[in-house]
Design a protein around this ligand. Sequence first.
Ligand code: IVH
Length: 702
Amino acid sequence: MVTKGVERRIADLRRRIEAANHRYYVLDDPDLPDAEWDALLRELQQLETAHPELVSANSPTQRVGNRPSAKFASVTHAVPMLSLANAFSDEEVGEFVARIARETGDADPAFSVEPKLDGLAISLRYERGEFVRGATRGDGATGEDVSANLRTVKSIPLTLQGDARAASMPDVLEVRGEVILPKAAFEKYNAWALANGHKTLANPRNGAAGSLRQLDPKISAQRPLAFFAYALGEIEGAILPPTHSQTLQWLRSLGFPVSPEVGVARGLQGLLDYYRRIGDKRDALPYDIDGVVYKLDRFDQQRAMGFVSRAPRWAIAHKFPAQEAGTVVESIEVNVGRTGAVTPWVLMKPVHVGGVTVTRATLHNADQVARLDVRAGDTVIVRRAGDVIPEVVRVVEGERPLDRKGHPVHPPYVLPTACPVCGSAIEREEGEVIARCSGGLFCPAQRVQAIFHFASRRAMDIEGLGERFAEALVDFDYVRTVADLYTLTVDDFVVMKRRADERDGTIPETVKAGKIATRWAENLVAGIDGSRDTTLERLLFALGIRDVGESTAKTLARHFGALDPLMAADEDALKQVPDVGPVVAAHIAHFFAQPHNREVIAALRERGVRWPEGAPKRSSEGPLAGKTVVLTGGLAAMSRDEAGDRLEALGAKVSGSVSKKTGIVIAGEAAGSKLAKAQELGVEIWDEAALLAFLERHPASE
Ligand code: IVH
C-alpha cells in the first residue's frame, strides 16, 4: 500500500537531489553539504527499496554521476566506473564484514584498506606503456576526455616504467584513481582569488573538478593537482597478481603514485582500528579525505561477491563525520577577550558537524564579516575540523529571508562601535585586523578574562578557579586586580557563590536543604596560597601582557633573570631579546610603564607571591645558540616539553612551526606534516637517537 505521503516525499527528494546535482556537477558551485546530500539520497533509496513500484528510470538513484558537458569529447569506458556503498557507523561495517564472511565461506578474509580521497575519479588509458587518454568518470558509462589537462598533472606518468616490449608490459592498461587539489594549493589559490576579486573555491574537490574541466590546460596547470591510483579498468595482455593489494604494489612499480596510507587489515576490529588511525591523521594529511575504503583483497573472492546496482558488494566506504554542515543563524554577537579583542561570532540552530553538536561559530573579525556578508536568518555552512573552533565558511546564496518586496529582511551586520560589556569605544588600529575595546582593565570582560588567564594551568596554576568563578568575583566586586585574589578568604568564596547561585537560579539541592559545603572553598584558598611560590616566567605569562605568550615569557625571564631589570628596560633594551621585535617591545614597555600595572606587581609581592631570581642568561651561549629547533612526533625517552627545556638550556630556541629559518627538526614517532615540510625545505632532521646522543654529549651546565 502506497500512501500519498510517501509519493510526495519521493518526488520532493528527487527534486531536491537533482537541483543539488545541477549546482554541483554542472555549475561547479554546490550549495548543499555532502552529508545532507548523502542523507537525502539514502532516504530516497530506502523509500524506493520499500516501494519498488515507485522506482523510475529518471530517479537520481539510477545514475552514478553527472552527464558530461558539451565542452569535451566523450569517452565510453570499456569497463564502467563504479561507485561505492557507504557505511556511516561501526555497525554497518560489522554487517559488511559478516556478509562477506558468510558468502565467501572465509571466516577471516583480508581487506585492502585505503583512504577515501576527496577529489575527482578519473581513468587513465595506456597502450604498450604510453599514456593515450584520460577521462572523467561522468555518469560511470561515459565520461569526458580531459587528456590535455591530465598531462599537466605531474604525478601522472606519461610513459610507464619498464620495457614496453617486455612480457610484463600490458597491451592495454586502464588505471583508475583520484585527482585531488592539495590543501596548501587550495588555500593559496583562495588567498589569491580573494586578493584579486575572483570567486573562491568552496572546497579542494571543487578546485580539482574546476581545474580538470578547464578548457585551457594552461590554467589547469597553474593549480597543482595530485593523483593517486586505487583501481584498474580495462586490461589486456597482462597477468594480474591474485590480490588487490599486490596490484597496487605492481602499479607503484609501473610508476603510479599510490597513497602511502594503504594497507591490509583483517576482521572488524582491524578495519575499525584503521578507520580511527586515519581519522586521527586526517587534519595532518596534505589533502582532504572523507573516509576510508575497505576492499576485499582476493580477486577470486571479489568475483564471488559480485555487484549490485553499479556498486561492488566486495567494497564499502566508511565515511568520517562531515566537517561541514548547513544551519541557520539566529543572531550575531561579539565576544570581548582578555586583551580587549572583539571577536564576532554567530549563534545558530544546533548542528552536528565534525562529530559534535555546535551552536556557535566564529566569524574571526570585521573583515571576514564583510567578506561573507552574514546576516541573521541566513543559512550558512559551518566547518569544524579536528579541535579547531567551528567557523562560518560561507552563506548559502538564495536562502536569505526576504520581505514581501524581495528585499533582505536584515541589513548587513556592522560591528558595534561601543563595547557591549563596558560601553568604552571599540577601536581598530591602522593596519590591524582585530578591533579592540579600549576600556582595558576598566572593562569587566577583560578583567574576568585577565583573572581567568592568571589562574590558568600554564600561568599561576590555581586549580578550581574557572571562568564562572572569575566572572562572579568581578561581578560582585571581590577582585579588581589579580593581586586581590591573594586577599580572599573561605568565607568570601562561600558568600560569593551563594550570591552567584541566587542570581543565576542555580541553588543546589543540598544548599536548599540547609547544608553549606565549604570544602571546595578551602581547596580553592589553598590553591591560591600554593600559587604564591612560582617562577618568573609563569608570572610574566600570567600578567597577560599583550603578545607575551609562554615562549616569550620564558625568553624574557632567562634574558633578564629578575623582574626589576625587565621593568626598567626601555624599548631598545627589549629589542635586544631574541625574538622580541619592535611591536612586542613596545607592548612590554607600555605595560610596565602603566602605574596601575606597577601597583599590581607591588601588591602581588606584598601579598607573598615570590619567585627565584638569578643572573641573566643570554641565549647567545651554549652549543645550540642561535638555532631554532622544532620538535614533532612522540618521543619515547621523555616528553616533548622536557626535551624542549633541555634544548633551550643549551641555547636553542624551540619553535612550533617549520620554516626556512628552522635549524633542526627533531622527528619522533609518527611525525606528520612538519617532518614532510622539513624534508621539502631541506632542513636538518634528527631522530630520537640523534637527540639523545647530542644531549649526552652536552650535559646542561646548570
Ligand atoms: S574504488 C569499484 N578507492 O569514491 C570501486 N574509490 O564513492 C571503485 N574514491 O568514484 C572506486 N578514494 O571517486 C575507490 N581508495 C579509493 C577511493 C575511491 C576515493 C572515490 C572515487 C569513487 C567514489 C565512490
